[in-house]
Ligand binder design. Structure first.
Ligand code: GLC
Length: 581
């Protein structure tokens, strides 16, 4: 899609709910979601009239303004319980939104992926299609559950999310060992699995902290060694982000206030806030510790982890009870880190045409505190493609920054989370969206959305991936297209006031996802081909689609996954200030 085409689409007629101005968005974020906690009865058992009451938004929220009443109208329609079917297939119809037939299919598939532990739903398995050799897809992955959790929260079903949060919290306190080495207390698992013992008719949970599920796969209970052995850094961050989403969505702060949850947050953050040899506020990590869980040259300070770290820190500030003596110190450390981290990221990870030109002209070997080229980056290390990729208008957070090393690749998750968490300033957020619009073919193509751009190939691929046959160019983590990323794009679009872009992306997904059996990823420069080893009925492809649809239908859901710009962090810091100050 050409930029002109996108412009036309943007200027064309739009649904009224899309015309959200900044001020409207802030209100949406503040809106308390309806309190809807019932412990013992499922939705099936409840009458529609109860649902109606439980799901109606508080009327005081949208008072007076024209926009308010528009949104109010919309909310009342979308929460009309009669639109829900008895099998939990959700509402999906109001002015202009005909329920797409896929939505019902998606809900059905999502429900089939639910995992129960002693009768209670505790998560969703990674993929329904487990016919292939790789066995780890019948596990509940923490990161994979996030879009499922959001879908359930948006549909007024918080129970599964609460159970998940509590179960994974228990796993955090396990003594975790990889070989003889004991992992930190706060590490959250990459995934867990419910094991049923038919003889004793007893269920147990087995967790994986990176020792078996990441990299290569060994059956969890086989004892066979695997080659992954990287603890997931993102799991703990997603856990905190999800706890805040649950709290925001339900209005129930009692879960987050439980002493064990408060301790869980502190343990996760202690691992990241402890002092060491590091001189940067960014978090140092190993390759394969996040969504890209294989060797892909994302070690050091990858944008995905930095953006999630920032978001988790901000969520933690909202959740920790400062009046608790134990939390006070943690809160103070979080504040300081947020300040330094936002400055560092906004200054050194940011790339736009001007910055690119500056780097191109950088002098090297500058030794003073006033150095412009603070990381001593060699202009010759700039890859050819970045000059063509960079539009006149637009910019993005690059993949990684460390001394004498910048990874200029564009990564989807990190940039979207930077927008949602307000790590990106409003100007940077707009610029990220400008870039997505101008580079639509490269980043969205025929199936949203590229995990990163561009792919690495040839000698570089051999060195960086270690000749990984799953990560060949334009496949899987190496420039493959992942439908799950649709929810993040949609959320970023809404936050920046450009929902039309999300609509276009969703249209593309709708033209293929069901037909293709909800693949995990697509291959090719345009994302035209179902991925070589792509799993079908991948749960987060399904849930990501549902979340994207629900966000567009009811942007007030944004409150659970987006944070407003924090005035405190807006204090003016000049680029030339040294990060050591
Ligand atoms: C792959 C993905 C990882 C995901 C897992 C389960 O390993 O890279 O991000 O969590 O599959 O779907």
């Amino acid at each position: 899609m050409s930029p002109a085409g996108m412009d036309a689409a943007q200027n064309g007629s739009s649904n009224s709910i899309f015309e959200i101005e900044d001020s409207d968005f802030s209100r949406l974020l503040d809106r308390p979601r309806p309190l809807n906690i019932e412990r013992n009865r499922s939705f099936e058992e409840r009458s529609f009239s109860e649902l109606s009451n439980a799901l109606s938004p508080p009327h005081h929220f949208y008072r007076n303004t024209e926009n308010s009443s528009r949104i109010m109208d919309h909310i009342e329609h979308s929460y009309t319980p009669s639109i829900r079917s008895g099998i939990h297939t959700p509402r999906s119809s109001y002015n202009g939104f005909e329920p797409h037939p896929m939505v019902g299919d998606a809900w059905e598939a999502l429900r089939r992926s639910m995992v129960f532990f002693r009768g209670e739903p505790v998560g969703t398995i990674a993929a329904l299609d487990n016919s292939a050799e790789e066995l780890n897809y019948d596990q509940v992955f923490v990161r994979d559950f996030v879009p499922s959790a959001l879908a359930f929260l948006m549909n007024g079903e918080p129970e599964i999310v609460k159970n998940f949060l509590l179960k994974t919290l228990r796993l955090q306190s396990w003594e975790k060992k990889v070989d003889q080495f004991k992992l930190g207390e706060g590490v959250m698992p990459a995934s867990f699995k419910v094991i049923h013992d038919p003889v004793r008719n007893f269920e147990t949970i087995i967790a994986d902290f990176g020792e078996s599920a990441i990299g290569r796969v060994a059956p969890v209970d086989s004892g066979e060694s695997a080659i992954g052995r990287v603890a997931p850094v993102d799991s703990g961050f997603w856990w905190i982000i999800l706890l805040r989403a649950y709290t925001k969505s339900t209005g129930d702060s009692s879960l987050a206030e439980k002493p064990e949850c408060q301790k869980g947050i502190r343990l996760i953050l202690n691992l990241c806030l402890s002092e060491g040899f590091d001189t940067f506020p960014t978090l140092l990590c190993a390759d394969g510790c996040s969504m890209i869980d294989r060797r892909m040259g994302v070690y050091g300070y990858p944008i995905e982890i930095q953006a999630l770290f920032f978001m988790a820190l901000r969520c933690a500030l909202l959740l920790l009870r400062e009046e608790d003596g134990e939390c006070k110190d943690c809160v103070e450390r979080i504040r300081k880190r947020l300040h330094a981290l936002s400055f560092h990221m906004r200054s050194y990870f940011w790339l736009d045409l001007k910055q690119l030109n500056d780097i191109y002209r950088f002098k090297t070997e500058e030794y003073s505190h006033t150095a412009v080229n603070k990381f001593n980056v060699m202009p010759d290390s700039l890859p050819e493609w970045v000059f063509d990729f960079m539009p006149c208008r637009g910019g993005y957070f690059i993949g990684n920054v460390s001394p004498a090393k910048m990874d200029f690749r564009w990564f989807c998750l990190g940039n979207c989370v930077a927008i949602l968490s307000s790590l990106a300033t409003p100007e940077q957020s707009s610029a990220i969206m400008d870039l997505i619009e101008s580079r639509w073919d490269e980043l969205v193509g025929e199936m949203p959305l590229k995990i990163c751009y561009p792919a690495i190939e040839g000698h570089e691929w051999r060195i960086v991936t270690g000749c990984d046959p799953k990560n060949t160019r334009w496949s899987y983590h190496n420039g493959g297209s992942w439908p799950v990323l649709l929810w993040l794009l949609t959320a970023a679009c809404i936050k920046t006031g450009r929902p039309q872009i999300a609509r276009r992306a969703i249209d593309l997904a709708e033209s293929r996802l069901v037909k293709d059996g909800w693949p995990e990823y697509y291959d090719g420069k345009l994302g035209r081909y179902i991925g070589k080893q792509s799993r079908k009925f991948q749960t987060w492809s399904i849930a990501g689609y549902l979340v994207a649809k629900m966000l567009l239908e009811d942007p007030s859901h944004m409150g659970m996954i987006a944070l407003e710009d924090d005035r405190q962090m807006k204090s003016v810091i000049k680029r030339s200030a040294s990060w050591t100050c």
